[in-house]
Design a protein around this ligand. Sequence first.
Ligand SMILES: [Zn+2]
Ligand SMILES: [Zn+2]
Length: 239
Amino acid sequence: MGKIIAYFAPHQDDELNNLGVDICRECEKGHDVFCTLCTDGSSSFVRKFLGNGEECFLHPGRHVYHMERPEFAMARDREYRASCQSLGIREDRILISPDRAQDGSLSVEKAEGIIRDFLACHPQDEITVKVIMPASGCRQNPDHTNLGNAAKKLYAQGAFSHLELFFEPLLWGEPSPEKAEVERIDPENGEQRKKILKAVAAYNIWDPDKGFFAVGYHSVKDEFDAFAADPHTYRKIVG
Ligand SMILES: [Zn+2]
Ligand SMILES: [Zn+2]
């Protein structure tokens, strides 16, 4: 029976901005780390921005890259995979749920199904599930809240052995009661910092011929820049 660490990311970039510091640390320890993406990220305004011929604040000229949702999701998935790989996850452990939701519509039930599907593939293993903490009293993305609540529910039912929750650095300024219960997690050395910055750079790759459209940076540049300047997260070990 092996030990497995299983992260579940609601969207492309959550594995980095919310969970990345911890992923990097666990990979360096040599643990068996998996990450599963739970939505397609196709609802982002960036899909239309890349196709509507507006001037770009990041790149010279105007973008005329029309993409339907599936093609746009694939472009986002490339950034997600490159980010996970930079953080140290083995390629065959970077997962995208075949049953993922369109972002904005990840229900607790859907998220439970995605976690259960993963657990069913690892029946003999001792599993630690790590997800974003549901945070009350602040404007948390509902996909984040629902995925966190699904993990809490399954843990309470004994579906897996250990649960860790991560409070989002972006919500730190808001008056949520949950943040009183967390410890701050930082990179442990320069090597980890380097890997994290490489993962950030994955969301800023502009190479349309190869299907890289810097979707992450077009979407939340300030969030990535703030994270790169001071990469950290907040952890609560539930049990
Ligand atoms: Zn997210
Ligand atoms: Zn651009």
